[in-house]
Design a protein around this ligand. Structure first.
Ligand SMILES: NC(=O)c1ccc[n+]([C@@H]2O[C@H](COP(=O)([O-])OP(=O)(O)OC[C@H]3O[C@@H](n4cnc5c(N)ncnc54)[C@H](OP(=O)(O)O)[C@@H]3O)[C@@H](O)[C@H]2O)c1
Length: 337
């Protein structure tokens, strides 16, 4: 049996989009815009007149999505920059390109891209493929682009770092563990795929999504202490019908039979799923240290993106320190705010 992405109608997105202000004059860098929530975010920012920088690895999908996004009539500019989050060298090269494009400052960095329940594999840098794509490369991107975010914040009074987490931050574990952020790729529990019984593929995904939320908490605290005008926010999309599940099924992370049933009743449209990151990116009232999503519980799979507070299972001193220390160690540089 195969699995194909379900075309679920959007319930909340049209009205939500109408509530978003013009983004003319602002520059947004977004990772993972070939499909899903990143594609919707890039399309929406184009429609609102903002400048977008698409950060993707090279593929037919990235060429096709760039061509589609380019045709949207907009006051803003569009650039495609190659950025493979499986490689720190590729991220560093992308930073050089972004610095040329966004000389006057970067208003929003949206760390959206992600992979789910992949096999126990190491990247070229030696880290778990899920942890490097979902968190460590985004940490590096944020550290390298921080001066540009500060530049925008100092001249305009606002700039934002937006991370994309998941309900999976809570399950199977609420505790972030150091080993998942170390050079142990390919040696982190094997390929157990049971979502219910905490299969190792899902434990690794869980750790990355905890890291996304914990990174936001640590960033928020440091930004507040430094009196910075840069904001740190995090979102989750509930469960959204994107390519994420398609890739996961193909790579052995989920069974097609179960995924067909689950996505049929639990999945909302990718537009509804993108409301959380878009709220973080665009809403004038969105405050640093806020989570946006369709609720904070494990059953929050669909609905409007509402703000809620960061949660104590990652927003605590030990986890904030752990994530900063292990992430700096992984990228081989300090990140001081
Ligand atoms: N959909 C859900 O139900 C759900 C639930 C909770 C959280 N999320 C989170 O939402 C975010 C977006 O996912 P999605 O649901 O929109 O899935 P998606 O449709 O699969 O999009 C994921 C994006 O990430 C990109 N990506 C993957 N590996 C990459 C790499 N090495 N370098 C650069 N880009 C890479 C993909 O690009 P390629 O074309 O190159 O693969 C794609 O553009 C993820 O962080 C995910 O964890 C989604």
């Amino acid at each position: 049996m195969s699995f194909e992405r379900k075309n679920t109608p959007s319930i909340h997105f049209p009205k939500f989009k109408e509530s978003l202000p013009s983004q003319e004059g602002k520059t947004f860098a977004i990772t993972g815009t070939t499909s899903g929530t990143g594609y919707v975010a890039a399309k929406t920012i184009r429609e609102l007149g903002g400048n977008v920088i698409l950060l993707n690895r090279n593929s037919e999908r990235s060429t096709k999505s760039f061509q589609e996004l380019e045709t949207i009539s907009s006051q803003g500019s569009i650039h495609a920059v190659e950025c493979d989050l499986q490689s720190f060298a590729s991220v560093r090269k992308a930073v050089g390109e972004i610095q040329k494009i966004a000389k006057d400052g970067l208003d929003v960095l949206c760390n959206n891209a992600g992979v789910m329940a992949l096999a126990d594999m190491a990247t070229v840098d030696g880290f778990d493929v899920q942890m490097q794509v979902n968190h460590l490369s985004h940490f590096l991107l944020t550290a390298e682009l921080f001066p540009l975010l500060e530049k925008a914040a100092n001249s305009k009074g606002d700039a934002r770092i937006v991370n994309h987490s998941s309900i999976a931050r809570m399950n199977p574990s609420k505790k972030l563990e150091a080993k998942y952020m170390e050079k142990r790729g390919g040696n982190l529990g094997g390929n157990g795929a049971s979502m219910v019984f905490g299969g190792a593929r899902w434990k690794r995904y869980n750790q990355t999504k905890l890291a996304n939320a914990g990174f936001t908490a640590a960033l928020h605290e440091k930004l507040q202490k430094a009196g910075s005008k840069v904001k740190a926010l995090v979102a989750h999309p509930g469960v959204a019908n994107t390519e994420l599940q398609v890739t996961s099924v193909k790579e052995g992370g989920m069974g097609a039979f179960f995924t067909n049933i689950f996505m049929g009743f639990a999945g909302q449209s990718m537009e509804d799923g993108a409301m959380g990151i878009l709220a973080c990116m665009c809403l004038p009232e969105a405050k640093s240290g806020t989570f946006y999503g369709p609720g904070s519980g494990v059953m929050a799979t669909k609905g409007k993106a509402e703000p809620f507070a960061l949660e104590s299972f990652y927003d605590n001193e030990a986890t904030r320190n752990l994530i900063w220390e292990k992430s700096c160690e992984a990228i081989g540089r300090e990140f001081s705010i």
